[in-house]
Every structure is written in C-alpha cells, then in structure tokens.
Design a protein around this ligand. Sequence first.
Ligand code: SF4
Ligand code: SF4
Length: 448
Amino acid sequence: MQREGTTMDAPISLGFTDPDVPPAGVYDRCIRCGLCLPSCPTYLETMTETSSPRGRISLIKAVGEGRLDLLAEGFQAQMSECLDCRACEAACPSGVRYGELIEGARAQIARALAPRRSLLQRTVRGFLVRRLFAGRGWLALAAALVRFAQRTRLDRLAAVFGLGRAIALAPTLDAPPFRPFARRDPATPAQGLALLHLGCVMPLAFPRVHAATVRMLGRARLAVVAPPDQGCCGAIAVHAGDPTFARSLAKRNIVAFERSGADVYVVNAAGCGAALKEYGHLLAEDPAWRERAQRFAARVRDVTEVLDAVELDPRIGPLPLRATYQDPCHLAHAQRVVAAPRRLLARIPELELVEMPESALCCGSAGVYNLTQPAMAERLGQRKIANLASTDARVVVTANPGCALQLAAGLRRAGMAVQVKHVVELLDDAYAAYSAPPARAAAAASRE
Ligand code: SF4
Ligand code: SF4
C-alpha cells in the first residue's frame, strides 16, 4: 500500500529512528480537544488545521506510526512553520509536552536530510548552527561587519545581496561588547553568588542589558560572576534539529557553573533560560551527565524570578511613562514566568503599565524563524505592532533579545516612536532616577 507523502517511485524513506524520537507517550496524550488552537499564532493567521498544534501532533503521530513519510513535503513544511513558541503546551489541559515533539521531529528530519544535502549546503548549515552562534569569534566578526556597514551606510547595499531582512533586524551596535568578568561584590555584604549567563547575541547587541542586570543583582545583594568558560545555551542547535551539538554546549555550561561555585545561574534572555532549564531532559539519556544536568537545571532562574523573590533596595525613583509588556514565549509558555516581570514593573513609581491585547502571542521572532519563515514572521510582527499601537504606550518592555529585535524592527518600519526596553533596563533607569530626600527637598526649595 502506498503511504501518504510518497510516490510510487519514491518509497517511504524513514519513520522515526533512535535517538531523539518524539515520544509516543507524549503525542498519545493529545485528546484532540482543540483548546490549544486559539493560542497558536500560525493557526490564528491561517485558520488551517494542519497549521495548528493539534494538526501538527497528528502529523507527528502519523510518522511515528509509519503512516506518513518523515520526509513528506507537507510534514517538513509544518515542522518548519511551527514557531516552537510552546503557547499550545501552556494551554493544554492534558499536559502534552509539545516542545519535546517538535524538537524531536526536527532532529529526525535534519538527520534524515543530512546525507541528501550537497557539500555546500552541509557547510553553510554547519557554519550557522555549529559555528556562528556557538563560538564568540564568528559572531564578533559578524557584529564588526554589521557595525562597519551601519557606519558607512553600506547596509543599504546589503539588501541588494538578499541580506535586507537580516540587516533590517540588526540593532545599532554603538556600545562596546560586554566582557566576561571575575566576581563583583555589591556595596552591602553579598547574600549569595550569581553566575550571569552571557549568551551569544546579548554581549554584542545588548551590552547595556547585561550591565543593568549586574547592577540590579547588586541591588538584590548578590555578588555576580560572568566566567569566560561558559558559552552558548544550545537553543539554536535544538531548534535546528541538532540536539547532539546542543548536548556538547550544555556540558560546557554545566562545568562552568560547577567551577564558579555560584548559587544560582541567572539568565536575562528568555530563549536561553528555557533551553538551560531543560538540560535535565537534554541529557536524560547520558548516565554520566544526567544528574549533573538535573542539578544544574534546578539552579537556573530568569533574572525577573530572582529580583521578584527578594527585597530590593528601596531607593527607587519615579518613571512617569505609559508602558506595556510583551511576554516572550520562552518566558511565559516554556518557563511559565508571567507575573514576576509585571510585579517588578509595578514597583516603579509613576509607571503606568497597560496590558497589550495578545501580549503572549509570539511576535514572529522565534530564534532564526525570522530568516527561515520570513512571510509568517512578517505577518506576526505586524499583528504585534498593531496590538502595541492600540495601547498608546511610549515604551514596550520585554525580556528576550529576539523579541526586542523584532519589536524594534517593526516599530522602525511603522515609524512609531516607542522605546524597546528589557525589564531590568527599566528598573535600572528607575534607580538612576532616584534622588535622596534631602536632595529632592533642596531641589524643590531652589525651584520656589
Ligand atoms: S489542548 Fe492538548 S489535548 Fe487538546 S488538542 Fe491541543 S494538544 Fe491536544
Ligand atoms: S509551538 Fe506555537 S506555533 Fe507551534 S503549534 Fe504550538 S502554539 Fe502553534
């Protein structure tokens, strides 16, 4: 019998094969209730069952049961179109761990396609997944080229070579990169040591967010260390279907954390935080690393979780601004951190926080989705900007570099003068705006 997704000339290529098989125990939990559909960005945009979580789970199950070819075009297309935003997972009453399914399916496809790729395709993919983001040198070189292009306006020329989208997303690289550093203690006696996860893009594109994070952790009475032997979290490799490489990156970070003697591993990029918290799962089949990975994952915290859980320095100043918060998918859905960032923003005197419609719907960034699925990324980006515009906010606050880049690019295109800030940046601004009561009194007296 011919199976779906095959032709008579092209017999079925593969079902799932070990390792990294999407677990039947996970897809069999789906009761097809459809409660996840209204939270799925691609379903909301297409209103098509196959572009929904339920549809994709059915496809994965069909491959798992040998009814559909792993390399069927439609299957590959749906596994790529999914943002891996995990909104469906957070909405599911049956506890379907959708992330495990999509990431397993992508690993299966990538492995099956590998021998069919040309040498050039293998080299480019290997460079993007295993070199560019995982090694700081290549990314630093790319950042230097972008900086040069921005200064000389050669970035306009880049569009001619098909790099327009990448250039449009690039932030203005006008500050020196953030460097690793040895332990820094706060002004008051430290109550613990935090390791700051540097990440790949953050030190180059958002050095101010890292600097603000260090200051905010100090205000939470934590000493901070950012050792150079940590590295990429592996999220891009997992999303690209290369969990083997992600495992090697995970081991490096586990060793760096153990060596540092830190009490907590602090992350200010939601995508990285979600990946780091899942090291226990990533290394579950490796008996030599399983327990170390679980211990590590249990110590990972988003910076908003850390700051929300402690008493902060009370000397915080006012920020008379109208702001709105964009939930990063990998913070809200993958880590289920929703209230902490909002509670932190509520601590800022005179900040007016207005909720954005669909604040937890993916903005279309999703790692490199913007580059691999530009049309859907653009639709979701425009939807987000329209929702943002409806709030009339002057600043949009988020907690992930991909969201920040996508929002900033959308705002530029729409000609909207709205600032994009990380939660810790806005908190840090509020502390900088503080003036001690005597100074305030003196200032008030001099105005009279
Ligand atoms: S909500 Fe859960 S059980 Fe219901 S269709 Fe979606 S994945 Fe399946
Ligand atoms: S991960 Fe996101 S895009 Fe993919 S099926 Fe779930 S909700 Fe839809």
